[in-house]
Design a protein. Structure first.
Length: 200
C-alpha cells in the first residue's frame, strides 16, 4: 500500500496525473486559397481599330468591320508605319463612311481616285472591277495604305507624303520645283487625329 501511494505521489509531482482537462493541440487551419483573378485583358490592335470604327456611321456590317480592322493592322505592319496613321487618314478623308464619294470622284474609306486605285490594284495583283471596287473596304485600305507608303518613299517626309495624298503628287511636284511651301492644312488635320502636333 505504501508503495502505491509513493508511486501516485511521483506521478502527481511529475505531471503524470492532472485534474485539468486535456485537449489536443489543434492543427493549424489552412488558409483559404487566394482568389485567382485574371489580369485585365489588353485589347488587341485589331480590337482597338474596330472600336474606332464603332464610333461612326460606317455603312459596314460588324463582320466587315472586324475584317477591315484586321487588315489595317496587317497592312500597317507590312508597309512599316503605325495603324493609327491609317485611321487618322480614314477619319480625315471619309469619317469612316465606307461609301463616301467626294466632289472630284474619290471613293471609299481612304478616298482613292479610280485611276489611282486601278494602278495600285495592278501593282498589287488585286482584281479590279471598275470604280465600285473601291467600296470594298478591305481593297480600299490595302490600296490606300500602299499609296501612303509609295508617297512616303518618294518624298521621304510625312508632311510631303500627306500633302501629296491630298493634293496629288503632280501638284506637290510643281510646288517643290517652284520653291513654294508645302500645303500643311491636311497634314495638320491628320496629325491631330493621331494625337500629334508635328510630323511623324
Amino acid at each position: 500500500m505504501r508503495s502505491l501511494v509513493a508511486a501516485a505521489a511521483v506521478l502527481w509531482l511529475g505531471g503524470g496525473l492532472s485534474c485539468t482537462h486535456w485537449s489536443p493541440v489543434p492543427e493549424p487551419v489552412p488558409a483559404p486559397p487566394e482568389a485567382t483573378t485574371s489580369p485585365p485583358q489588353i485589347p488587341t490592335p485589331a480590337a482597338r481599330v474596330a472600336s474606332r470604327f464603332a464610333r461612326f456611321q460606317t455603312g459596314l456590317a460588324p463582320f466587315e468591320i472586324r475584317e477591315v480592322s484586321r487588315v489595317i493592322v496587317e497592312e500597317s505592319r507590312r508597309n512599316g508605319f503605325d495603324w493609327e496613321l491609317i485611321l487618322a487618314v480614314i477619319e480625315t478623308e471619309s469619317s469612316f463612311n465606307n461609301f463616301a464619294r467626294s466632289s472630284v470622284g474619290a471613293l471609299g474609306l481612304m478616298q482613292i481616285m479610280p485611276a489611282t486605285g486601278r494602278m495600285l490594284a495592278d501593282e498589287l495583283g488585286i482584281a479590279w472591277s471598275g470604280a465600285e471596287t473601291l467600296f470594298d473596304p478591305v481593297v480600299n485600305v490595302r490600296l490606300g495604305t500602299r499609296y501612303l507608303a509609295v508617297l512616303h518613299a518618294k518624298y521621304e517626309t510625312w508632311d510631303a507624303a500627306l500633302a501629296a495624298y491630298n493634293w496629288g503628287p503632280g501638284a506637290i511636284d510643281r510646288r517643290l520645283r517652284n520653291g513654294r511651301d508645302l500645303p500643311s492644312l491636311y497634314a495638320r488635320a491628320v496629325y491631330a487625329r493621331v494625337g500629334q502636333q508635328t510630323g511623324l
